[in-house]
Design a protein around this ligand. Structure first.
Ligand SMILES: [Zn+2]
Ligand SMILES: [Zn+2]
Length: 126
């Protein structure tokens, strides 16, 4: 148990039950309840890193909005950082490098975010 969690449990115990913390108290039900309460508060939880993925074709306005949201998140307790990632996403079917279309697809154009399965001119895979 971390010192922080122990400390918090002692506080909860003493404010809730009026009991004073001692070694004997650790054998009581009240102590178990205080520990559970400290757990509920997430005292031990490691700060989170939040990753937000956005399609690469998202308009600038949306990107700014989401970036602002990420900054806001990063300033909250329990969140260490929030990052926005632009993921190249087919603007027709929504597939990405991580999740290609059934049967596989590729990017016929270096600039246009449309995959081969959605580009009839490329001869498609289906
Ligand atoms: Zn596609
Ligand atoms: Zn695709």
């Amino acid at each position: 148990m971390s010192p922080e969690r122990h400390q918090r449990a002692v506080e909860i115990l003493e404010t809730k039950t009026g009991l004073e913390y001692s070694d004997d108290v650790e054998h009581t039900r009240e102590w178990a309840d205080a520990l559970a309460a400290a757990d509920d508060e997430g005292v031990d939880a490691a700060p989170l890193i939040v990753n937000i993925e956005l399609p690469g074709f998202a308009p600038q306005g949306i990107r700014d909005l989401v970036t602002g949201l990420a900054d806001d998140l990063a300033s909250r307790d329990g969140i260490a950082a929030a990052e926005v990632f632009l993921i190249r996403t087919c603007r027709v079917c929504g597939c990405t490098d991580m999740e290609a279309c059934l049967g596989g697809c590729w990017w016929p154009s270096p600039t246009d975010d449309i995959c081969s399965a959605c580009t009839p001119a490329s001869g498609g895979v289906r």
